[in-house]
Design a protein around this ligand. Structure first.
Ligand code: FAD
Length: 466
């Protein structure tokens, strides 16, 4: 029987990064993946394919709406070839997952393809083309998540679909009804909106992206409405029914009045659930929580002391970079180091255009915790860079401690916000004050000047360009 210092179950961004770090630290490492490609949800049916389609549809949208203003004339009609667009997405996915194969080889990590199930706390049975048993001193559970559903919805994967099917549709929906106004629903909604679909979002809470700062919801809502999204907040979906090629969604609005939506596709994007099917966690003494997550302590250690769990299958934000941080954390913990993760500084991003990005405390959280804070806000439209590229929507908002000026939260909507948020993460990691940022030179013209201006506004209310 093969014996390892560490076995990692699941090859998503949590699992494969954990395996690499374990190997770097000199541990004999195996990784087990039930699918034929490595990379998990993120690389195969999540982050990467969704961004590939967002980019393709963005090019199309620009060509149709903005090329003329830029003085670019295209003779004839601009058309979408969806099959080609989906094929390009798949080639991006294939290149990316192939890159993980390379990284496993480079780091001498043994890859097993098959479903990993615990026999006990140190032995794992892998059921693939053949059944193999391996022994591991330590195991890292990184089995991720699957799309969540509402109990009364029958997802047929043809017309009533999850994000996985939405990434490979064969036609552009005429009317796509999206249940859930969170990150995944809005990103995929924007893909198909740009390609010509009518898009209706039905959200249970009173605002889209409800976990983020309320000003971000408000701004994104405004922008998406301009893009002709139909957003229905405070709507409780009661039924989803397929009649032939039509999907009928019924929901109660705020006043309790029934509203009916009729479309040809319905994307159910109501979050994701932890995935532990077939893992046989019990046999290893690994406890699950009531919500089906693997229960872990502050060291990400499960109820079995040699077994750890990371990523979407444990508590916390369901994000690839959070899973990666946890992968490194656990590898270093097993190696006897004392790593640290500041969960407050895990950024969150929505890759719509304009993008939405956030880190630290929201204004609502600061109010609830009765923290005295001040706000500095700067609109993107006041920047020369924004005018040059015609990306005028959005703002940067900095929340800083009223007494010490320490930055407590940074929230932004705007072009390239996903990349810009890194500056805020660095600043907060080093416990910078708003004044610190306001005194740093920011290249001109860039979108990042909005961060400096917001910091100036937060410091002594002295932005320069507004
Ligand atoms: P996963 O990536 O889910 O990987 C788990 C792996 O374990 C899977 O490959 C699974 O097959 C395997 N597995 C499960 N059980 C077993 C078993 N018993 N034996 C063997 N293998 C097993 N996050 C971001 O940060 N940025 C984004 O832009 C983003 N976009 C997204 C877009 C979409 C459409 C979706 C669905 C998700 C997106 N996410 C994004 C979330 C991100 O994909 C997840 O947070 C991330 O993949 C979690 O990583 P993980 O390693 O915990 O698990």
């Amino acid at each position: 029987m093969n014996s390892y210092d560490v076995a990692v179950i699941g090859s998503g961004p949590g699992g494969y990064v954990a395996a690499i770090r374990c190997a770097q630290l000199g541990m004999k490492t195996a990784i087990i993946e039930k699918y034929s490609t490595l990379g998990g949800t993120c690389l195969n049916v999540g982050c990467i394919p969704s961004k590939a389609l967002l980019d393709s549809s963005h090019h199309y949208d620009d060509a149709v709406k903005h090329f003329e203003e830029h003085g670019i004339e295209i003779p004839g009609d601009i058309k979408v070839n969806l099959e080609k667009m989906i094929a390009r997405k798949q080639s991006v996915v294939d290149q990316t997952t192939g890159g993980i194969d390379f990284l496993m080889k480079k780091n001498n990590i043994d890859v097993f393809q098959g479903l990993g199930s615990f026999k006990d706390a140190t032995r794992i049975i892998i059921s693939g083309e053949e059944t193999v048993e391996i022994e591991a001193k330590n195991t890292i559970i990184a089995t991720g998540s699957k799309p969540a559903n509402l109990p009364f919805i029958n997802i047929d994967k043809e017309r009533i679909i999850t994000s996985t099917e939405a990434l490979k549709l064969k036609e552009i929906p005429k009317h796509l009804i999206i249940i859930g106004g969170g990150v995944i629903g809005l990103e995929l909604g924007q893909v198909y909106k740009r390609l010509g679909a009518e898009v209706s979002v039905v959200e249970y809470m009173d605002r889209i992206i409800p976990t983020m700062d309320a000003d971000l919801s408000k701004e994104l809502n405004k922008v998406l409405k301009k893009q002709k999204f139909k957003i229905n907040a405070s709507h409780k979906v009661k039924s989803v029914e397929r009649v032939g090629d039509e999907v009928i969604v019924k929901a109660d609005n705020k006043k309790g009045i029934e509203v009916e939506f009729k479309g040809d596709y319905c994307l159910v994007s109501v979050g994701r659930s932890p995935y532990t099917d077939g893992l046989n966690a019990d046999a290893a003494g690994v406890k699950l929580t009531e919500r089906g997550q693997v229960e872990v302590n502050d060291h990400l250690q499960t109820s079995a002391s040699n077994i750890y769990a990371i990523g979407d299958v444990v508590k916390g934000a369901m994000l690839a970079h959070k899973a990666e941080e946890e992968g490194v954390f656990v590898a270093e913990t097993i190696a006897g180091q004392k790593p640290h993760i500041d969960y407050n500084l895990i950024p969150g991003v929505v890759y719509t255009w304009p993008e939405v990005a956030t880190v630290g405390k929201t204004e609502e959280a600061l109010k609830e915790a009765r923290v005295a804070y001040k706000t500095g806000q700067f609109p993107m439209r006041a920047l020369g860079r924004s005018r040059a590229s015609m990306d005028l929507d959005g703002f940067v908002k900095i929340l800083a401690d009223k007494t010490t000026d320490e930055i407590l939260g940074v929230h932004m909507v705007g072009a390239r916000a996903a990349d810009m948020i890194a500056e805020a993460v660095v600043a907060m990691e080093y416990r910078a004050s708003a004044e610190d940022i306001s005194r740093m030179s920011h290249a001109h013209p860039t979108f990042t000047e909005a961060i400096k201006e917001a910091a100036l506004a937060a410091t002594e209310d002295r932005p320069l360009h507004i």
